[in-house]
Design a protein around this ligand. Structure first.
Ligand code: NAD
Length: 286
């Protein structure tokens, strides 16, 4: 099987390394021309897509994915599979899927969660949208790069699942941090609050697994000076995608909108490159 891979950044590079480790033939293209050992380097998106059974993309945005899709769909072999793992708009994923089908290709959207650490460890969660036949074709490759592979429904539903999940994550992180800020003002010890919340109805992943304060709970970016992890800028990107999707379908997500404004201000203040749990820092200064 010949695999083409486009976009070898923080996520794509270790994903390709994991494919190569299992003996897969991976042809790769990135504008930076930075490739892992064992990858067959290509000089264009066109070259990396021609004559391949499966082409995987891991790109920064829907606009870039659309550009790349316009270039590669016409040159890909009929019957081959195009799998996009980038996080992009639901409607862009659906448009690209239609274009792929019109050209005789299978398409799936397969965004991930788990960050660059999950990409290195091969433990990503893949949320997959697309037809069952396409899902069955890509599943063995996703299993090499991931720990959990969930077929969410037709095209676009992988992206829909990803943005719903991250809207919960963003809003929950903010309110978790607010609880620790309030506890400080109420003279309640932070370790005590963690002990209570982690065993009570307020528990969440942001508290129990990814506590925003150092020295409390399992190791998290807070214990590493808020080095990401998952940056505030990427959280803002996903929240903006959730708001775009809300607008398209006319469903008001009030808390999601508030979380988006919050991270937007936080990034404007210059904190975009810190872990998204660092929203707690200004709260503790109040
Ligand atoms: P990145 O910016 O590190 O990597 C993107 C890569 O795409 C870069 O190497 C860039 O040079 C390349 N690229 C851009 N335009 C290109 C083009 N036209 N042709 C070929 N290559 C091109 O981003 P990342 O962190 O690897 O994220 C990739 C995707 O995964 C994004 O959609 C992001 O939202 C999503 N994601 C990231 C994380 C994370 O923690 N980093 C977690 C989950 C999902």
């Amino acid at each position: 099987m010949k695999i083409g891979f486009i976009g070898l950044g923080n996520m794509g590079y270790p994903m390709v390394e994991n494919l190569i480790k299992t003996g897969k033939e991976v042809h790769a293209f990135d504008v930076t021309e930075n490739y892992p050992d064992g990858a067959i380097s290509c000089s264009s998106a066109d070259e990396v897509s021609k004559g391949k059974d499966i082409v995987i993309t891991m790109l920064p945005s829907g606009a870039i994915l659309s550009e790349v899709a316009n270039e590669i769909i016409p040159v890909m072999d009929e019957g081959s599979l195009f799998a996009d793992c980038s996080t992009i708009e639901v409607d862009t994923a659906i448009q690209v899927s239609k274009m792929a089908k019109e050209n005789g290709l299978d398409f799936i959207d397969a965004p991930v969660s788990g960050g660059s650490l999950g990409a290195k460890a091969g433990t990503l969660t893949f949320m997959v949208g697309g037809e069952e036949t396409a899902f069955v074709r890509i599943e063995p490759l996703l299993e090499i790069m991931g720990g959990k592979i969930i077929h969410c429904g037709p095209s676009g539903s992988g992206q829909a699942a990803k943005m719903c999940n991250n809207m919960i994550l963003g809003a929950t992180m903010i309110v978790t941090c607010e609880a620790y800020g309030l506890a400080k003002k109420l003279n309640l010890d932070h370790k005590v609050l963690f002990e209570v919340v982690s065993q009570s109805s307020g528990y969440s992943w942001t508290n129990n697994v990814y506590c925003p304060l150092p020295g409390i709970g399992p190791q998290s970016p807070a214990d590493n000076d808020y080095k990401p992890g998952f940056s505030a800028a990427l959280m803002l990107k996903d929240l903006l995608l959730s708001q775009k999707a809300s607008e398209v379908v006319g469903f008001n997500t009030e808390m999601g909108a508030k979380a988006t404004d919050y991270y937007s201000r936080f990034c404007d203040e210059g904190h975009g490159d810190k872990d998204f749990s660092s929203v707690i820092l200004p709260m503790l200064e109040k």
